[in-house]
Design a protein around this ligand. Structure first.
Ligand SMILES: *Cc1c(COP(=O)(O)O)cnc(C)c1O
Length: 222
């Protein structure tokens, strides 16, 4: 199938899930996660109308997006991967949203970077929803104090993000993230990837992050 065909398929599935969940049409944002894919793979999606993209590494995004955005200034770019504090300025300069805020040191690094650069990208706090030792995200118990710190530092926190444990049913984790967002007064829920985004939409996702279903298998660049 062509990239445009895959995009149409994913958009249809999102619309169907919104309908089944009795949620307003168009309430879910599709983030096309283009990590590992080069400009020739990305251009067909832009041509088909996709304007929101995600990357998981600052350096890789810096290599390919400035040129693509010069040609299409209405493109929005979200960082969905982990962020090192020493890359905070680069991330604030390039991205329109950051989905991986997960620790106090990053709150201060991002606050400093936003003040210096004069841009304030939306932030999602990433929660280690399955309490997995090797995964990014703050512990569930650390969410309220981290959110308080981020708000005190005037970071524009708009929601929560999670990547549930692999190879188990993700629905309980999506439901938990939805509850945490509600309890903390946050409208955004960044959850759902290629294999589980329809379930995530049923459970309240506002942003789904989809790579493989749009691009096919990952390329190796950068
Ligand atoms: C790669 C990635 C995605 C997209 O995953 P697919 O399974 O390819 O859709 C979503 N979120 C994050 C954080 C990622 O790193």
């Amino acid at each position: 199938m062509s990239a445009a065909g895959r995009l149409a398929t994913v958009r249809d599935a999102i619309a169907r899930a919104e309908r089944i969940a009795s949620r307003p049409a168009g309430c879910v944002q599709l983030i096309a996660v283009s990590k590992t894919h080069d400009a020739p793979a990305i251009l067909p999606l832009i041509a088909a109308g996709q304007r929101l993209f995600g990357e998981n590494r600052v350096q890789e995004a810096q290599g390919k997006w400035p040129a693509l955005r010069d040609a299409h200034p209405d493109i929005a770019l979200h960082l969905v991967g982990q962020l090192q504090s020493n890359k905070a300025e680069d991330a604030v300069a390039l991205f329109d949203a950051i989905h991986s805020l997960d620790r106090p040191s990053l709150v201060s690094a991002l606050a400093r970077a936003m003040d210096r650069i004069g841009r304030r990208p939306d932030c999602f706090i990433q929660v280690n929803i399955g309490e997995e030792a090797q995964k990014g995200g703050c512990a569930i118990a650390d969410l309220p104090p981290l959110l308080e710190e981020a708000r005190a530092a005037e970071l524009p926190v708009v929601g929560l993000m999670c990547v549930p444990p692999a190879e188990v049913e993700p629905a309980p984790y999506f439901a938990l993230l939805d509850k945490l967002a509600r309890d903390n007064g946050l409208p955004g829920r960044s959850m759902g990837m290629s294999g589980d985004y329809e379930t995530a939409i049923m459970l309240g996702a506002t942003h789904v992050r989809i790579g493989t279903a749009l691009f096919g298998g990952r390329q190796r660049i950068g």
